[in-house]
Design a protein around this ligand. Structure first.
Ligand code: R2B
Ligand code: URA
Length: 312
């Protein structure tokens, strides 16, 4: 279990134990200023507690357009005042990531792959810490390749696993490999599964998610610019993955799970399968079908948020 920082407040009977975001860096609080370079935000230039102190849900996803669409969607779902078309990108000073705040929800893009999401997560976790946020739940909303699943199925990740189906993330630090656990919050995953049963047309399973460092060879595709294995070898690997409980493959879940866990953040990974990898490698569904698939994780997490806020 990840350690959590318990902060017992005064003696008002309304006080409760807050689950704060834990940065694991002794140097951070000695710094006079912290510049969150890739967000174009900083502790001296921005009042982070005022801007972000009420955040309770952070939703991250690869594409900038998709995370803008999610922000507009959740704005409507939460029936907030103002025009959802007019929400502005908090990170507009940089084109690395985009960020939208909609009430207690933050929607951020992270690009593709472990290095891209991990840079974003370092700065996001510091942002939540500087803003003194507490009781925050993080979601990665994404796309993936299904392993033995019909296209359009949503996978809520039980364990994020590496290429050998181990629930761990390896980070090289000062030339040495550090291994971190990638277990996710079981309670949030089951709450999401319950949400799916309350919605129409969001077939959902809980399963392990394999995270790779490449879309083509790394995921056993036969259609990249390079391919050094046979069709039979590909199928054998996918079968092994299936037997290890893997139901989908994507490119960010292990570092997402590992960093959230170390920092005491409850987290879930919710990815739709765009294809069944046993049937092929190319993504052949029409554009409108793919757009609808990608809305499924958004609808599921929106329902979760509305339930948590007592709106449904
Ligand atoms: C899912 O989709 C992207 C690759 O197409 C990658 O970011 C991922 O995890
Ligand atoms: N994203 C991936 O990483 N893999 C797929 O097969 C589809 C989307």
């Amino acid at each position: 279990m990840a350690p959590i920082l318990l902060n017992c407040m005064g003696n008002d009977h309304n006080d409760y134990i807050k689950q704060l975001v834990q940065v694991k860096n002794p140097y951070l609080d000695t710094m006079e200023e912290d510049i969150l370079y890739h967000f174009n935000l900083g502790t001296k230039t921005h009042n982070l507690p005022e801007m972000f102190g009420d955040i309770k849900f952070v939703c991250v996803g690869g594409s900038a357009n998709r995370m803008k669409a999610f922000a507009q969607f959740i704005h409507q779902e939460l029936k907030l005042s103002g025009n959802p078309e007019e929400i502005s990108d908090i990170c507009e000073g940089t084109d690395r990531y985009c960020m939208y705040k909609v009430g207690p929800v933050l929607s951020i893009s992270h690009g593709m792959g472990v290095p891209s999401i991990s840079i974003m997560l370092h700065e996001l976790i510091k942002l939540l810490h500087h803003a003194q946020c507490h009781d925050v739940v993080l979601f990665r909303l994404g796309t993936s390749g299904g392993v033995g699943l019909a296209p359009g199925t949503v996978v809520v990740t039980e364990k994020a696993v590496d290429y050998s189906f181990r629930p761990q993330f390896e980070q090289v630090v000062l030339g040495k490999v550090i291994t971190r656990s990638t277990e996710l919050d079981e309670g949030v995953a089951h709450e999401l599964l319950q949400c799916s049963s309350e919605l129409q047309n969001i077939p959902t399973v809980i399963g392990n998610t394999m995270c790779t460092h490449d879309f083509y060879e790394g995921q056993g595709r036969l259609d990249g610019a390079l391919c050094s294995f046979s069709h039979e070898e590909k199928l054998e690997y996918l079968r092994k993955a299936y037997d290890a409980g893997v139901r989908n493959i994507e490119m960010e879940s292990t570092v997402f799970a590992a960093m959230c866990r170390v920092c005491g953040l409850k987290a879930a990974v919710v990815c739709v399968a765009l294809l069944n990898r046993f049937d092929g490698d190319q993504i052949t569904s029409p554009h409108d079908v793919l757009v609808e698939y990608q809305q499924r994780p958004q609808a599921l997490v929106s329902h979760f948020i509305k339930k948590r806020l007592g709106l449904v």
